[in-house]
Design a protein around this ligand. Structure first.
Ligand SMILES: NC(=O)c1ccc[n+]([C@@H]2O[C@H](COP(=O)([O-])OP(=O)(O)OC[C@H]3O[C@@H](n4cnc5c(N)ncnc54)[C@H](OP(=O)(O)O)[C@@H]3O)[C@@H](O)[C@H]2O)c1
Length: 326
């Protein structure tokens, strides 16, 4: 396992980050614990969660994934594990039950610390912009948490390049802690959201990128075909995943499969390998419902694509890697 610095910080994280959005949603609690155990055994030291995971699952209130991680951490070497969580989503009733106000953040962080059973959050991320709260207020609250020792590093998620730059400017101006990481929705079928601007901003400002949904919710595993959508998979009856099931989406799968066959790698591993080869990516956040799914992703550890393979993927996705010509 390669351990990479998160952006310009000295924090070392594994080249794959384990996502936990499926915990007690499409994975049972036992399956979630088994996935955590296997990831840890394989050298993954970086775990991504959020206070809202997974409130959308029947019978869940949110906070469940943090609770599972908190229980799993008991008896583990806490000092060797990097826990990243998020704040922003609705967690309780009333006008202050969501958002990035000082009020919400100061309460939400205490709940996350309690559920995770830890004294400090290693990476505290804002889950998405809150257009009702001035960014200055959010960053000042986060800076206070860093100074209090409740949070070690801060990051953003779902921020466009301009908003990330605005946040860095505010942090610089007021000497607040700055965002050191960004978590965008990024994979081979969603390149235009990140390239070129966010990619160039990360390279220029030393921000670590930790892309989420690196397999397009499971589409880039290759288990979806033109003729068949697997019954129990996320894409079954999921409108949002229909957008990948296009001629171009299947052409990308064909290319990944062919390139993978030539080097004994699966379609999924090639999709992760593409991300791991990009110079601004620190670690894709992988998701797995069961250990067998995780095993496939673990086969991407150390995988880097050749320039020729990268060019073939540029051609089939209709994109150029022009972020370096900023
Ligand atoms: N910041 C944000 O707004 C945000 C948003 C979304 C996610 N995230 C983070 O990113 C993490 C990963 O997101 P994601 O779950 O969407 O990632 P993903 O890698 O795109 O999709 C993971 C899904 O693919 C399927 N899969 C994985 N390995 C497989 C295999 N070997 N064979 C067959 N199917 C396989 C599984 O779903 P099925 O079995 O159902 O097909 C699995 O749940 C989350 O856990 C969360 O931590 C963050």
């Amino acid at each position: 396992m390669d351990y990479r610095k998160l952006g310009r910080t000295g924090l070392k994280v594994s080249e794959l980050c384990l996502g936990t959005m499926t915990f007690r949603w499409t994975a049972t609690e036992d399956e979630s614990i088994a996935v955590l155990n296997r990831a840890w055994e394989a050298g993954i030291n970086f775990i991504d969660t959020a206070d809202v995971y997974s409130f959308w699952a029947e019978g869940n209130d949110g906070g469940v994934a943090e609770e599972i991680i908190g229980q799993w951490l008991q008896g583990k070497p806490r000092d060797e594990i990097v826990i990243a969580t998020k704040v922003r989503g609705r967690m309780w009733n009333g006008p202050n039950g969501e958002g990035l106000s000082r009020q919400h953040i100061m309460l939400a962080v205490e709940h996350s610390l309690r559920r995770l059973q830890i004294e400090a959050i290693d990476l505290y991320q804002v889950h998405a912009p809150d257009w009702d709260t001035p960014l200055e207020e959010t960053l000042q609250a986060l800076d206070d948490l860093v100074r209090q020792g409740k949070v070690r590093y801060i990051g953003a998620s779902n921020f466009r390049a301009w908003l990330l730059m605005k946040a860095l400017w505010i942090s610089d101006k007021y000497h607040y802690a700055r965002f050191d990481s960004i978590q965008p929705h990024y994979h081979l079928l969603n390149r235009a959201e990140v390239e070129p601007d966010l990619a160039a901003a990360c390279l220029d400002q030393g921000i670590g990128m930790i892309p989420y949904s690196p397999l397009a919710g499971g589409f880039l595993t290759g288990k979806y075909t033109r003729e068949h959508i697997p019954d129990k998979a996320r894409g079954a009856g999921n409108q949002r995943m229909q957008r990948y099931m296009t001629d171009q989406g299947f052409a990308v799968l064909d290319t990944l499969e062919k390139m993978g066959a030539a080097r004994g790698k699966s379609t999924l591993q090639m999709a992760l390998g593409w991300l791991q080869t990009l110079p601004f990516v620190t670690a894709p956040i992988i998701g797995a419902n069961r250990v067998e799914q995780l095993e496939d992703s673990l086969g991407a550890i150390g995988l880097r694509l050749s320039e020729e393979e990268m060019q073939q993927l540029d051609t089939v996705t209709g994109m150029e890697r022009n972020w370096s010509q900023r």
